[in-house]
Design a protein around this ligand. Structure first.
Ligand code: HEM
Length: 480
């Protein structure tokens, strides 16, 4: 009987895999009309948990039809690496969701994160590297170190100890000034109304791009998002006005192409004015600039979530403070202290792990395969890094906040299966900024304050996305 069952199973799977080129078809659950498999993603705290369940049932590569969109879910570190790295050049496009198009003036190619791979994207990434990955002991690194210390100092000055503090606007404005100084040599007062409005606008857009909507897969639902999208359109236009009036001003006209650029704005201007490449127009360059300024929302939202974890973890705060006291003492924490403060660094990794923000979906730009399964050109790939961050097979007590898991023999260690920033040619351009800015701000806050709960506030940190709602956690800060 057992033998017959095995025989039946093998026959079924060999029938399923027979295709001309020897590649197997990925297994797929039964689908329903119109929505396909969309219903299978409901009922989970994070949609990526559904991918883990599907993986357990059907295997590491599962084909799904989500409304009109052909998709594949990829589970397991080896297969995810195959998609990101070994065959990264087969899977370097992004989905063609109508929403992305509308958020970027009718053309998703204007976006750094949602465009397909192209020479323009390569140019944009190459130009950015010097600013987002400044090397230690260079002038850019030294200047960023000063900016992060200044930004942290001004954020700290906004906190009144013993009073309930709405931290999000404080942190967001602090991060925005660090970014605007670093990339554009601009600084704004915390109370500058136009600056505050720009920060809020970016935050609202950040929240929006981090949402998943059924309309991405069922375009006939788009009218339901119309009001929302019109609002986003208005916000992006207002940001563009801010960038023109307050950030660029007359710099495009006055910049002399014979001189060395002093910041990212001038690098872009030089590139466009000198005609180094025809593919990057000034219009495209402005979108790239806005995208990168908008990176401050990612760091700011992330940091508020870190405080949301820490407020319930007094022992973690104590360990961070102990480390700060031993390594830094009474002087200011700076990003140069990172190498001597693995615990604080590990807190940042642990928060990133638990938040489990997904890898931005990829799209196959050609027929290809993963783990011997056929992937057709145009298929959207969901790379399940939630599983890589939360699997019991990969982590001990994965649900718990345990920064120590990232420390071996007193040094910070990043396990190979930890891929919160994706990988390959479309990997995150901002991860170093995340690590540096978060370290500086967290270090500065914990050096000066202990984070305490505000009355009647509950602190369940939402996972599966970096974004937090606008009105979010309030805290009490007690002076140390
Ligand atoms: C904790 C915060 C952040 C997390 C978890 C995160 C994570 C990610 C992930 C998973 C991707 C997709 C990678 C892939 O497809 O392989 C990505 C792309 C990207 N990230 Fe981040 N990111 C963060 C913050 C930032 C910041 C602060 C910036 C800007 C300074 C930034 C800029 C970008 C850009 C430009 C891309 C698109 C790259 C491309 O498609 O070529 N990110 N990020």
């Amino acid at each position: 009987m057992v033998c017959y069952d095995v025989y039946k199973k093998n026959r079924r799977s060999s029938k399923q895999v027979l295709v001309e080129d020897g590649l197997r078809e990925p297994p797929s659950p039964k689908k329903v009309p119109v929505i396909g498999h969309l219903h299978l993603l409901g009922g989970y705290e994070v949609p990526y948990q559904a991918f883990t369940s599907l993986g357990k049932k059907y295997g590491n590569v599962v084909r799904l039809q989500l409304g009109k969109v052909r998709c594949v879910v990829v589970n397991d570190q080896r297969n995810i690496r195959e998609a990101l790295v070994t065959k990264g050049h087969h899977f370097d496009s992004r989905p063609n969701f109508q929403r992305y198009k509308e958020l970027f003036s009718g053309n998703k190619e204007n976006s750094l994160a949602f465009c397909d791979w192209s020479d323009t994207q390569k140019t944009r990434r190459d130009m950015l590297k010097a600013y987002t990955f400044p090397r230690a002991f260079t002038n850019k690194f030294a200047s960023l170190e000063t900016l992060i210390s200044c930004g942290t100092r001004s954020a700290l000055a906004q906190v009144t100890p013993g009073q309930v503090t709405d931290l999000k606007p404080i942190i967001l404005r602090g991060c925005a000034n660090i970014f605007l100084n670093h990339f554009c040599s601009k600084n704004f007062d915390y109370d500058d109304a136009k600056f505050a409005e720009m920060v809020d606008d970016f935050d609202e857009i950040f929240y929006e791009v981090n949402q998943g909507y059924a309309a991405d897969f069922l375009p006939f639902l788009m009218p339901l998002l119309r009001r929302n999208l019109d609002r986003m359109g208005a916000l992006t236009r207002r940001i563009r006005d801010f960038v023109h009036d307050k950030v660029i001003e007359d710099r495009y006209d006055v910049f002399d192409v014979e001189t060395e650029p002093s910041d990212y704005v001038e690098s872009l201007i030089k590139h466009v004015k000198s005609g180094e490449s025809t593919e990057l127009t000034w219009e495209t360059a402005l979108f790239a600039l806005e995208d990168i300024i908008g990176g401050h929302s990612a760091v700011g939202n992330f940091l508020v979530k870190v405080f949301g974890f820490l407020v319930n973890l007094p022992h973690v705060q104590e360990k961070m403070q102990e480390e700060i006291d031993v390594v830094v003492g009474n002087r200011e924490v700076t990003i140069a202290d990172r190498s001597a403060m693995p615990y604080t660094e590990a807190v940042i990794f642990e928060a990133i792990r638990l938040i489990a923000s997904p890898i931005v979906p990829r799209v196959a730009n050609q027929d290809s395969s993963i783990d011997g399964y056929r992937i057709e050109q145009g298929t959207v790939l969901f790379l399940n890094n939630y599983e890589l961050s939360m699997s019991e097979k990969l982590w001990e007590r994965p649900e718990e906040f345990l920064p120590e898991r990232f420390i071996k023999e007193g040094r910070l260690v990043k396990p190979e299966h930890f891929l919160p920033f994706g990988g390959g040619r479309r990997s995150c351009m901002g991860y170093k900024m995340v690590q540096l800015v978060s370290f500086g701000i967290l270090g500065g806050f914990l050096q000066n304050y202990t984070v305490l709960p505000a009355e009647n506030e509950s602190y369940k940190v939402p996972i599966g996305s970096l974004a937090l709602a606008r009105d979010t956690f309030k805290f009490n800060f007690a002076r140390r």
